[in-house]
Ligand binder design. Structure first.
Ligand code: ADP
Ligand code: MG
Length: 157
C-alpha cells in the first residue's frame, strides 16, 4: 500500500517546522507547508521513504523522507519532512524543494531513547543510500522533473 503512489513527484516551499530539534540531532528535516502536504494522496502510508531531492536549481541529492502525524494538529494532519543526504553551507527556508519519492523503508515507530531514534535514522540513511544506487531508483535522479525551468509547483503531474 505504501508503494502504490510511487514514484511520487512533489515541489513546494520549505517552511519552518515545529522545532522538534532535528537539526540538534544532526538530522535537519526540511518541512513542506500544510498546503503541499494536503496535496498528497490522503491514503499514502505514514512512515520512512527515500528518494531524490533538489533545492532550487541546485544539484540532485539522495534523501530520506518522513511522512508522519503533525503534533500541531493533534495528529490528525500529516507532516512531510525531507532530510537531504548532503551538507549544506546555509539553511534554505523559503526555497523551492523538489523531490521524487522512489521507495519505502518502514512504518513510523516510537523509540525508548534518543539514542535508539538516532541509530534507527542512521540505518534508514544507509538503507536509502544503498537502494538509491540500484538502477530502478538511480534513473529517477536524471528525471526532467528536476530540470524544469522556473519554480512552477507541480505535484505529481
Ligand atoms: P524545522 O523544525 O524548522 O524544520 P530542522 O531542525 O528540522 O528545523 O531544520 C530544518 C532546516 O535545516 C531546513 O528547513 C533547511 O533550511 C536546513 N537544512 C540544512 N541542511 C539540511 C539538510 N541536509 N536536509 C534538510 N534540511 C537542511
Ligand atoms: Mg524539520
Amino acid at each position: 500500500a505504501a508503494m502504490r503512489h510511487l514514484p511520487y513527484f512533489c515541489r513546494g516551499e520549505v517552511v519552518k517546522g515545529f522545532g522538534r530539534g532535528s537539526k540538534e540531532l544532526g538530522i535537519p528535516t526540511a518541512n513542506f507547508s500544510e498546503q503541499v502536504v494536503e496535496s498528497f494522496p490522503s491514503d499514502i502510508s505514514t512512515g520512512i521513504y527515500y528518494g531524490w531531492a533538489c533545492v532550487g536549481n541546485g544539484d540532485v541529492h539522495k534523501m530520506v523522507l518522513s511522512i508522519g502525524w503533525n503534533p500541531f494538529y493533534k495528529n490528525i494532519k500529516k507532516s512531510v519532512e525531507t532530510h537531504i543526504i548532503h551538507t549544506f553551507k546555509e539553511d534554505f527556508y523559503g526555497e523551492i524543494l523538489s523531490i521524487v519519492i522512489t521507495g519505502y523503508i518502514r512504518p513510523e515507530k516510537n523509540f525508548d531513547s534518543l539514542e535508539a531514534l538516532i541509530s534507527a535514522i542512521q540505518e534508514d540513511i544507509e538503507e536509502a543510500k544503498r537502494q538509491l544506487d540500484l538502477p530502478e531508483h538511480l534513473k529517477l535522479k536524471e528525471d526532467n522533473f528536476f530540470h524544469l525551468p522556473g519554480g512552477k509547483i507541480v505535484n505529481n503531474h
